[in-house]
Design a binder for this molecule. Structure first.
Ligand SMILES: Nc1ncnc2c1ncn2[C@@H]1O[C@H](COP(=O)(O)OP(=O)(O)OP(=O)(O)O)[C@@H](O)[C@H]1O
Length: 259
């Protein structure tokens, strides 16, 4: 189906080259084009080294583009700093250690996350006035996190920490949410539960979300759109009914053709 509305995020002819001008020069994203629309929940697949994390690093501004343009809400953000982009973008990483401040409690981390884009302060009265909200929010994750609001995050389980990172990323509704294999380090049951809760939050809040995963089942089950990256380009892009009708076998056969 052709989209006629303006994309929320548009990547046009993105090229990302590492070690430019040296014998080790390598081009990872290679004239990549991708339009993401408001409310899209896109699962992102691709073989190891296809460029998935590089794509996220490019969107977040952690990696400069060699050429091409990135537009968000029709504003050119190609050269905007990481700090500027954190005002509209949130990301959850694979590593449970990355999303939270380890010595701070769950409640303190949530308070800081609720101040994204503002000057962050940890005031006791703000903590107290938000406790009921944090309790309610963490209870949605169904994993005991709500009983540990005063626990330093370094003492949480990996699953609780990832659930907290997810809540922190979505506490101030981001324009764009990047999930970078956020369940990959968790055991199958914990991973499944976090994916279930992720889906509820993303769909209920109508978030625009890109989610990298190596789990074909999750890529098929969740989201309204699925893309496959290969050699730095979007090689397959399916949405809506066509995605709903996609089977694992079809997807696997497609992977065979790109290996
Ligand atoms: N800073 C860098 N310098 C040189 N090469 C890099 C750099 N960062 C990534 N690469 C290379 O870019 C390629 C794409 O890496 P990227 O991490 O984006 O792939 P990916 O699709 O996320 O893979 P995986 O599924 O293994 O996480 C890889 O070959 C990687 O070695």
């Amino acid at each position: 189906m052709t989209q006629t509305k303006t994309p929320l995020l548009a990547l046009h002819n993105i090229v990302t080259t590492f070690n430019a001008g040296t014998p080790n020069e390598v081009t990872i994203l290679n004239q990549l084009n991708l339009d993401v629309y408001e409310g899209d929940f896109v699962t992102v697949l691709g073989s190891n080294g296809a460029g998935k994390s590089t794509l996220f690093n490019t969107i977040s501004g952690d990696l400069p583009v060699t050429s091409g343009t990135i537009t968000l809400k029709e504003h050119d953000i190609t050269h905007a700093s990481v700090e500027k982009r954190t005002a509209f973008l949130a990301r959850v990483f694979q590593d449970p250690k990355m999303g939270t401040a380890p010595r701070m409690t769950v409640a303190e981390n949530l308070l800081l996350a609720s101040q994204r884009g503002q000057r962050r302060t940890l005031r006791l009265r703000h903590l107290k006035s938000n406790l009921a909200h944090f309790k309610e929010l963490t209870a949605t994750m169904n994993n005991g996190l709500s009983e540990r609001l005063n626990t330093a995050t370094e003492n949480l389980s990996g699953g609780q920490r990832q659930a907290l990172s997810f809540l922190m990323a979505t506490e101030q509704r981001p324009d764009l949410l990047l999930l970078d294999e956020h369940t990959a380090a968790l055991d199958p049951k914990t991973s499944e539960e976090l994916m279930h809760q992720t889906n509820l939050h993303v769909t209920e809040q109508q978030l625009t979300c890109l989610m990298i995963t190596h789990h074909l089942d999750d890529a098929l089950k969740y989201g309204n759109r699925l893309i496959v990256l290969d050699q730095g380009k979007v090689k397959f892009d399916v949405r809506g009914q066509a995605k709903a009708e996609l089977t694992k076998d079809k997807l696997l056969s497609f992977f065979d053709t790109i290996e």
